[in-house]
Design a protein around this ligand. Structure first.
Ligand SMILES: *[C@@H]1O[C@H](CO)[C@@H](O)[C@H](O)[C@H]1NC(C)=O
Ligand SMILES: *[C@@H]1O[C@H](CO)[C@@H](O)[C@H](O)[C@H]1NC(C)=O
Ligand SMILES: *[C@@H]1O[C@H](CO)[C@@H](O)[C@H](O)[C@H]1NC(C)=O
Ligand SMILES: *[C@@H]1O[C@H](CO)[C@@H](O)[C@H](O)[C@H]1NC(C)=O
Length: 579
């Protein structure tokens, strides 16, 4: 046994070293190409930008990407602003100023989503001459204003640090405030996801909205705009609460969209992890930090979804890096792996390594166990200090795994270093839009994380998720259950045999005062989730248990009793798994 285990470890390590040297070589050759690739597509002097402030790709047919998307532009400029404010590239200021001034213009352009004050900020893309794009499209998309405010706030903070207060308060704050007010007012509305296909709620959108409101509140405080702070803070707490609902505990992954009818496994979630990374927030799962147990479990489920569907991944060991795409059901342009999604996996892992190093330990929980078992089949839950052999084994393996994703992209990058949107699932040839700005920017940020450097966080440390989720601001509440009561929905996951049913009873009249005979029957309409909505007294501690009943059978849940505190008003949903 022991001999076999060692042999496997050695075999992995040899392959892994090869991947790391491939990654080293790719970083050495591709970093300058990726930077040039970004710069060619932006600004008045960009060689491929045709005078636009930022384009998605110079491709004009099949697909035509010669537009400026608020999301893509903001993500790309956030990366450039980080390079500028950290002093890595001090030449970028002119481009950044032209980005902020063009965004101020675009905010005011009336478009099919509305005017600046009636929803127009949710318009996803514009023509490169800064006019509205008026054809049919997946609109609105509500991540753009959030990402734009995040990018501009990071630049504004640098300007404040450098004494340029007037420009910040007079020129940048009005742009930022429009976007933050839009997020504050609209986060609880549906819209199209970042892939512009599903009109529902989307994890990426919710998470970047949360981030924007948090840093917006801090920024407003910093510049003395205190009247905005409480609105942003209140909604940030509500968004954080809602964010938790995307987690799928039985599948161990984050369901990317509330609609769409897909498996829910989606690069959306990995991109969220890297774009809401806060190096000060440890491995906090409330904000799905890159090293949180939930984000690691999700990463494994996401990557595994692509192992068997792409020919180019065949023959790769089940715990080695593979090419990944947007989501396994994807068919757009052939539904291939993307450069930016594959390298995002590497970036999440590099971010995790940075934080474990800071914390001096790795915490393996039941949630993250399957992720870590890929690298050490005998691993158990527990905390492993950086002085331990296990810590070294795990971090070495994770680094090699991450480098493997870089090596996959390296293998399918053509010799001139150009990065299209996708590469063929069957033979690795580049496909779809050429020179995708986002592919280059994603490559730059992953390379940066690989060096272990970080940029300032956004206030994700130590956040508490509210016990009860409220929908939106200004005193709104859900449908209550009459005077002094609230409508409480109990959902419990329980697998049953035919003829067996799930009941609830508990400590109040409405739950039949602990009577197993009079316990209330739950509905199995969403089996294996059983549900019931009951009007319970408001602001009250209520204890309850579920019971399985079948002819001749009555099985209580094991101890202890479940407990909730009902809210003062509105409605409340409680989700459990039958014990
Ligand atoms: C403040 O920054 C803006 C944007 O870069 C610049 O145009 C302006 O000259 C700066 N003002 C001062 C006083 O440095
Ligand atoms: C609005 O928020 C509530 C409470 O978190 C949530 O149940 C609902 O799904 C949200 N709707 C949208 C569209 O975000
Ligand atoms: C998407 O949902 C929004 C609701 O937020 C709705 O206003 C819009 O018309 C929908 N778009 C499409 C194309 O169905
Ligand atoms: C490790 O994670 C578990 C489960 O989330 C938690 O109870 C425990 O406090 C954590 N330990 C450390 C040292 O962070």
């Amino acid at each position: 046994m022991r001999f076999t285990f060692l042999a496997i470890v050695v075999g992995l390590a040899v392959g892994a070293f090869a991947q790391s040297s491939t990654a080293d070589a790719y970083v050495a050759s591709e970093a300058s190409i990726a930077k040039a690739g970004v710069l060619a597509n932006i600004g008045p002097s960009g060689s491929k930008s045709q005078g636009a402030k930022a384009i998605a790709s110079p491709s004009t047919t099949n697909p035509n990407y010669l537009f400026t998307w608020t999301r893509d532009t903001s993500l790309v400029f956030k990366a450039l602003i980080d390079q500028f404010t950290s002093g890595e590239d001090t030449t970028l200021r002119g481009l950044i100023d032209s980005f902020t001034s063009s965004q101020a213009i675009l905010q005011q352009v009336s478009n099919p989503s509305g005017t600046v004050s009636t929803g127009g900020l949710g318009e996803p893309k514009f023509n490169i001459d800064e006019s509205a794009f008026t054809d049919a499209w997946g609109r609105p998309q509500r991540d753009g204003p959030a990402l734009r405010s995040t990018a501009i706030i990071s630049y504004a903070n640098w300007l404040l640090d450098n004494g340029n207060t007037t420009y910040v308060t007079q020129t940048l704050w009005p742009i930022i405030k429009l976007d933050l007010d839009y997020v504050e007012a609209n986060w609880n509305q549906t819209g199209f996801d970042l892939w512009e296909e599903v009109n529902s709620s989307s994890f990426f959108t919710t998470a970047v909205q949360h981030r924007a409101l948090r840093e917006g509140a801090a920024f407003a405080t910093r510049i003395g705009q205190t009247s905005e702070v409480s609105g942003y803070t209140t909604q940030a707490a509500n968004v954080l609460c809602f964010l938790q609902s995307y987690w799928n505990p039985s599948g161990g992954f984050i369901t990317a969209n509330t609609g769409g009818g897909r498996s829910g496994r989606d690069a959306n979630t990995v991109l969220t992890s890297i774009h809401t990374f806060d190096p000060a927030a440890g491995c906090d799962a409330a904000t799905f930090q890159p090293c949180s147990d939930k984000a690691l479990s999700n990463l494994k489920v996401y990557v595994d979804a692509f192992r068997s569907i792409y020919t180019i991944n065949s023959g790769v060991a089940a715990n080695a890096a593979v090419a990944t795409g947007r989501y396994p059901e994807d068919s757009y342009q052939g539904g291939n792996p993307w450069y930016l999604t594959t390298i995002a996996v590497a970036e999440q892992l590099y971010d995790a390594l940075i934080v474990w190093d800071q914390l001096g330990s790795i915490n393996v929980t039941t949630t993250s166990l399957p992720f870590f078992q890929q690298f050490s089949s005998g691993i158990t839950t527990g905390t492993f200090a950086s002085t331990s052999e296990t810590y070294t084994t795990l971090t070495t393996a994770v680094k090699n795994f991450a480098d493997g994703f870089i090596a996959v992209n390296a293998q399918f990058t053509p010799s001139n270093g150009g990065l299209a949107e996708q590469y063929s699932r069957s033979n690795g040839q580049p496909v779809s839009a050429v020179d995708l700005t986002w592919s280059y920017a994603a490559t730059l940020t992953a390379f940066h994380a690989r060096t272990g450097k970080t940029y300032p966080g956004w206030g994700a440390a130590g956040l508490t998720v509210p016990a009860v989720c409220s929908t939106s601001g200004s005193g709104s509440s859900g449908g209550g259950g009459g005077a002094g009561t609230v409508a409480v929905t109990f959902n419990v996951q329980a697998t049953t045999f035919f003829g067996e049913n799930i009941y609830i009873t508990g400590s109040v009249d409405a739950l039949q005062n602990w009577s197993p005979d009079n316990a209330l029957l739950l509905s199995s309409a969403n089996y294996p989730i059983w549900s019931i909505t009951v009007n319970l007294p408001a602001s009250t501690d209520v204890q309850y248990k579920f019971i399985r009943k079948a002819p001749g059978e009555l099985i209580w849940e094991s101890d202890p009793n479940n407990q909730i505190t009902t809210p003062a008003s509105g409605s409340f949903t409680q989700s459990d798994t039958f014990r």
